[in-house]
Unconditional design. Structure first.
Length: 358
C-alpha cells in the first residue's frame, strides 16, 4: 500500500471504501438494450429548434436556481395540480439523493420494495440511513400485508414505490398504494419514471395525500441525455428538500433544451405509443420460444426468465447485444434478463440472437 492509499483509506468512510462504483458498461459497437433509453431520435426540425434555444442560452451566467419558466412549463404540460410545489433535479437520481439526505435522522430508516430501483438503497447508504427491504411475491405482485407489517415495525421516514416497478415492469393496485399511504408515518414516494408507457398516475391525486411525493423524469420519455427529473408534493416537503438541492443543479443547456422540447410532448407520446406496440410484438415473439417465461410490462422494457440467464447474456454479448443481466440482482430474479424495447430492427436482432442461443 502506498502512503497515499493509506491516507485515503484512513480518511474515507469505511462503508464508502467497501462500495463499488455504479458500473456503466461501454456500449461502443453494441445494440444497446440495457438502460431503457428511447431508441428514436428527434426529427431534424426539432433538433434545429433545440440548437437555436441552446445557442441563445447565457453560458456565462449561472442558471436561475429555481428555473421558474421551466417549472411553469412543466406544471402546465404535465398537469401538476395546484397547491403543490415542484423541485427539479439533475435526473430523478438527484431527487432520490436529496430526499434520502433530508430524511436521514439518526436511527431512522427508509423502506423499499425488492427487487426495485437500486438508487433507493444506494442513496440510503450514502445518507447513512438504514434501508429496510420488503420482497415482492414470486409473481412480482406487491406483498401488501408484508409492507404494512414492515411499516408498523420500522416506522420508515420514506417508502419508495417505483410505479411501474423497475425491473419487474408491473404497476401495483390502487387499493394497495392507498393502504400504504394511509399507514405510512412519513413520506411515500411514487416514482413514475415510466409514466408515459404506463398511462396510470397518482399525480392528480396529490392534493388528497399530503404525505405523497410524485417523482418523474424526462429520461425514459426519450431525453436521458439532458438529465431532468422533477418532484411534486405539498410545499411543506419541497421547502425542506430544496435546502439540500445543489443551487445550480439544472444547467442552462438543459433548461433551454427542455423548454423547447416540452412544446413537443405529442412527439414523445407518439414514440411511446410506437414503443408500446413494439413491446407487445417483442413479448409475443419471446413467449413463443420454448422454456421462456415473459412477465407483463407497463414500461419500455421486458423482463424474461430463461433456463440459463447468464449463459444467454454471454451469448448476446458475443453478438454485440447489450442487455441487463439480473440473475444475481435478487433471488426472485434468478435467470432473468431485462430487455429495453428497441426499434423493430433492434428487437429483430435480439429475438434472432435469443432464438439462436437457446
Ligand atoms: C431510470 C429510473 C430513474 C432515474 O431517472 P433519471 O432521471 O435518469 O435519474 C428513476 N427511477 C426509476 C424507477 C428508474 O427506472
Amino acid at each position: 500500500m502506498t502512503e497515499l492509499a493509506r491516507l485515503v483509506a484512513s480518511v474515507v468512510r469505511d462503508d464508502v471504501l467497501a462500495l463499488s462504483a455504479y458500473a456503466v458498461p461501454s456500449a461502443e459497437g453494441f445494440v444497446k438494450l440495457d438502460a431503457m433509453e428511447n431508441p428514436y431520435s428527434l426529427p431534424d426540425a426539432l433538433r434545429e429548434a433545440v440548437a437555436q434555444a441552446v445557442a441563445a442560452a447565457a453560458l456565462n451566467r449561472y442558471p436561475d436556481p429555481r428555473a421558474p419558466e421551466l417549472q411553469a412549463r412543466l406544471r402546465s404540460v404535465m398537469q401538476i395540480p395546484a397547491g403543490t410545489e415542484v423541485m427539479l433535479g439533475n435526473g430523478s437520481d438527484e431527487i432520490i439523493a436529496v430526499v434520502s439526505q433530508a430524511l436521514a435522522r439518526p436511527g431512522s430508516c427508509v423502506l423499499g420494495i425488492e427487487p426495485s430501483f437500486v438508487m433507493y438503497r444506494m442513496s440510503a447508504q450514502a445518507a447513512q440511513v438504514r434501508h429496510v427491504g420488503v420482497a415482492l411475491r414470486a409473481d412480482f405482485s406487491l406483498d401488501t400485508e408484508a409492507v404494512l407489517a414492515a411499516i408498523a415495525t420500522h416506522r420508515p421516514a420514506v417508502v419508495w414505490l417505483s410505479y411501474p416497478n423497475n425491473p419487474t415492469g408491473n404497476l401495483y393496485p390502487d387499493a394497495d398504494i392507498a393502504a400504504i399511504l394511509a399507514a405510512a408515518p412519513g413520506l411515500v414516494v411514487l416514482d413514475e419514471a415510466y409514466n408515459i408507457f404506463a398511462g396510470r398516475s397518482w399525480l392528480s391525486r396529490l392534493p388528497e395525500f399530503p404525505n405523497m411525493l410524485v417523482m418523474r423524469t424526462l429520461s425514459k420519455v426519450g431525453l436521458a441525455g439532458i438529465r431532468l427529473g422533477y418532484a411534486a408534493a405539498h410545499p411543506d416537503w419541497i421547502r425542506e428538500f430544496d435546502k439540500l438541492r445543489p443551487p445550480y443543479n439544472v444547467n442552462v443547456l438543459t433548461q433551454a433544451a427542455a423548454h423547447t422540447l416540452l412544446d413537443h410532448l405529442d412527439l414523445f407520446d407518439e414514440q411511446a405509443r410506437e414503443i408500446r406496440a413494439t413491446r407487445r410484438e417483442l413479448m409475443i415473439r419471446l413467449r413463443a420460444m420454448p422454456g421462456v417465461e415473459v412477465f407483463p410490462s407497463d414500461a419500455n422494457f421486458v423482463l424474461a426468465r430463461f433456463a440459463d440467464g447468464p449463459g444467454l447474456m454471454k451469448a448476446l454479448l458475443e453478438r454485440r447485444i447489450l442487455v441487463k443481466n439480473l440473475h444475481a440482482f435478487h433471488p426472485l430474479l434468478l435467470n432473468c434478463l431485462r430487455f429495453t424495447v428497441g426499434t423493430p430492427a433492434e428487437n429483430e436482432l435480439l429475438v434472432t440472437a435469443v432464438a439462436d442461443a437457446l
